[in-house]
Design a protein around this ligand. Structure first.
Ligand code: ADA
Length: 561
């Protein structure tokens, strides 16, 4: 259900004034009070069409708006380090481009000015992500900025806590509600599920979460085949917040992953929330098409590699029944990085913010703490322990994982026991390894790889579920040779034709994620090992045109001959 008759809320999306600040003089020159823009840019966007895509450094953004009274500002995604000023007053600092933040300010009835100083300048020392990544460091205010009026009883947030009965037919719900007010100490609230009032309570308007007394109700479960959703509404005398929620149970039993008591074999794909013309700010229409295409390929899951996605992705996964693995952009960190307090603090905050934003999406099946970091070291173990603890403190209902490529190191991964699911990134038949120096496309490499994975699992982590979190091969759209040579569509196609039956028939596995859905633009740092400066392992190209492999994967996963 969309909309409410009660809330006064608007976004600041549209044209903003923009100024590059290569010399980083804006703070000293008082840009926080206002500045003369170089040009206009669109918010939300990654400024690709404004020729700012490759700029790294400090930029200033500003716009004016009319509002009055006590207002909450919500900024959904600013890449990467932001300082926000309203009418010259510093209101918030935030680190991290993929999670939201908020602040409150009282406004007089007039025209106001918001100024954002944004630094997009990743390094190889302590930023998340690092400068060296295998995607593109777009900048800009890539998601919406919203202003909401706080009057008597503003519903800042609701967390949908529930426990399902043994037979999964009923749920005991005890939502946690956070209220803010301009003047009132407490407020009455009414909680409704699909329009039916299930509880009333009087709660303090103190900006802190308060749980209401548990209520039992019969429910229809959310699943990948029947994604039943409910509108959870929390209303007060002058506000209403509606969240779409679902009831389901995720469990790990032995080496199996269960959804609602039944095995869920994960058949999925890694997807970057990215497009060459839009960066991270792509239209919802493309997101929808991507997810429909993924579902149509016979898949039931997406890994949001490698950062918290646009909310629209999760909303549509909820809608169509795709389960989602969400993670933070901790990509390829060494043991030195993993001993750096600033990195770990930043990662912990990002995890908290990601879970705070997304905990109520029924589609989220697991949280990922990092990807291909030094989990073969003690430093990696300490860091993983700390990050997993953060996740478990925020959410005790979902499994935790990370994607590892350390199985094939001299010292194997020593951290899998800290999480619930072993997830292995591995590229037999694509990247040459010491052990597998076979020529051409010899798909039997997979047998050795899987045996090595399970030998390690059985010896060191008995009975844990194992998924292949990444595997794939590059195929440049439109390049076909008489024989399947690397970088051709027919190599990639033969790779999946050979690999998928092996994975599907290996009963030890609990699932897999193809690398990757669409080709993605890569950072300059990776350009020389990435033809066209793109990671070409997509099943579709960057403009979503299907490659040969797309049809093969679709056919095999849909069980067709
Ligand atoms: C890694 C990484 C991906 C991508 C992939 C590849 O496993 O996690 O982001 O870079 O390799 O294409 O090589």
């Amino acid at each position: 259900m969309k909309g409410t008759t009660k809330r006064i809320s608007f976004n600041l999306d549209g044209l903003w004034g923009y100024k590059r600040d290569e010399e980083r003089v804006g703070y000293d020159l008082g840009y926080k009070d206002g500045f003369i823009p170089d040009k206009s840019v669109v918010v939300p966007s990654c400024m690709i069409n404004e020729d700012e895509m490759s700029y790294r450094g400090l930029s200033w953004f500003t716009t004016e708006f009319r509002a009055e009274g006590l207002c909450e500002f919500k900024l959904d995604g600013l890449l990467e380090t932001a300082d926000v000023f309203v009418d010259g007053e510093h209101m918030a600092s935030h680190y991290g481009g993929f999670t939201e933040f908020r602040f409150v300010k009282r406004l007089s009835p007039s025209v106001h000015k918001i100024v954002v100083a944004l630094l997009n300048d990743p390094n190889d020392k302590d930023t998340i992500p690092l400068d060296y990544v295998d995607w593109y460091h777009y900048g800009g205010i890539s998601r919406s900025v919203t202003v909401t009026r706080i009057e008597k009883a503003y519903v800042k947030d609701v967390k949908f806590n529930y426990v399902l009965s043994e037979n999964l037919k009923d749920a005991t719900i005890s939502p946690e509600i956070t209220l803010l007010s301009d003047g009132e100490d407490e407020s009455e609230v009414e909680i409704a599920l699909n329009g039916e009032v299930i509880a009333r309570a009087t709660l303090p308007c103190d900006g802190r979460p308060h749980a209401i007394s548990p209520v039992k109700t019969a429910v229809k479960l959310w699943s990948t085949s029947e994604p039943n959703l409910y509108d959870l509404s929390v209303s007060t005398c002058d506000d209403e917040l509606v969240k779409r929620v679902g009831f389901r149970k995720v469990e790990i039993k032995g080496d199996r992953i269960l959804l609602n008591g039944e095995e869920l074999y994960l058949k999925g794909v890694n997807r970057h929330d990215e497009h060459p013309d839009w960066g991270f700010a792509m239209p919802v229409q493309i997101i929808k098409t991507d997810l429909d295409t993924i579902k149509g390929m016979g898949m039931n899951t997406v890994r949001g590699s490698h950062y918290p996605n646009n909310k629209a992705v999760l909303e549509y996964c909820d809608e169509i029944g795709l389960v989602f693995w969400e993670e933070i952009p901790m990509w390829t960190y060494s043991k030195d990085h993993l001993s750096d307090e600033l990195v770990l603090e930043r990662a912990s905050t990002m995890l908290r913010e990601m879970i705070e934003r997304d905990i109520d999406h029924p589609s989220i099946i697991m949280w990922g703490v990092h990807n291909e970091v030094d989990t073969d070291t003690e430093e990696g173990r300490r860091a993983t322990e700390r990050l997993v603890k953060v996740v478990r403190e925020c959410d005790s209902t979902r499994p935790v994982t990370y994607a590892s490529n350390r199985l094939f190191c001299e010292v194997k991964d020593i951290c899998h026991d800290l999480v619930d699911i072993i997830a292995i990134n591995t590229y037999p038949c694509w990247y040459p390894t010491e052990k597998t120096k076979k020529k051409g496309l010899d798909i039997t490499e997979w047998y050795e790889t899987l045996d090595e994975i399970f030998e390690d699992r059985d010896k060191n982590y008995p009975n844990m579920p194992v998924i292949i979190s990444e595997f794939g091969a590059g195929g440049i759209y439109g390049v076909v040779e008489r024989e399947p040579l690397k970088w051709t569509e027919n190599y990639q196609d033969s790779y999946f034709e050979g690999t998928l039956p092996i994975l599907l028939n290996d009963k030890r596995l609990s699932g897999f994620y193809v690398w990757q859905y669409a080709d993605i633009r890569c950072s300059e740092r990776n350009a020389l090992s990435r033809p066209r400066s793109y990671n070409n392992k997509g099943l579709v190209n960057e403009y979503r045109k299907p490659k040969m492999a797309y049809y093969t994967v679709k056919r095999i996963l849909n069980g067709e001959k």
